[in-house]
Design a protein around this ligand. Sequence first.
Ligand code: AP5
Ligand code: MG
Length: 223
Amino acid sequence: MALNLIMLGPPGAGKGTQAERFAKKRGIPKISTGDMLRESVKAGTEIGLRAKAIMERGELVNDEVMIGIVKERLARADAQDGFILDGFPRTVAQAKALDTLMDGRPAIVVIDITVPEAELVRRLSSRMVCEECGLNAEGVELAQMSTTACKRCGGRLKQRSDDTADVVRERLKVYKRDTQPLVDFYRDRSTFRQVFGAQPPDRVEKELDHAVKHATKTEGGRR
Ligand code: AP5
Ligand code: MG
């Protein structure tokens, strides 16, 4: 049966890291709205031009635009046998819209990755990504930034433009105000699970696999 999975969690929780691993294993697409917006910024599309300043302030792009982007993406052929959403939904309005889009598909499995705030700040202040393809450079120290190339495409590494201290503070504030309420929105569903993310990535991956297995077993079609 198609697996429709959502990764919830604050900035730096490891949504992207875990979604990437899971998508590879299951052969389903990882749909990251943050990555899609960054690609639009790079390509200079109309949405990208509008999103750039919003993202650099750590605020959210408006619901209507985001719902439109995701609706179109989920309609594509490769998403019919399942998908992993990373970074969407991020507001209750987006979550309600997603429920409507899921009509007729298997119930979404929601994994909330929890990590203490101090660890989030530590991760984001030291994260490096590829300038070309956006891949996270796992396990590279800041001091090695100029001498290390991206593992996937050989591109140069840089800090993400929204990982500065001020913007991280704003992103965490926006998360608490707009996205954390989704935990209550989903908590009572039989397919909601929480995974503790402040553990080594392999450990988180194992717990996540287990949580998804358990959630799909007990699902029974209830939303
Ligand atoms: P987005 O790109 O989604 O950013 P985010 O939610 O702030 O999350 P991050 O990508 O920073 O963190 P992550 O949880 O993916 O962690 P990662 O795996 O990278 O969104 C960016 C912006 O786009 C938003 O601010 C908003 O403006 C806009 N946007 C996107 N979607 C939107 C929507 N639906 N609505 C409106 N606006 C939207 O890990 C972080 C670091 O930690 C990495 O360096 C990684 O290597 C490391 N790490 C990961 N796991 C571990 C571990 N277990 N132990 C130690 N280190 C780890
Ligand atoms: Mg991410």
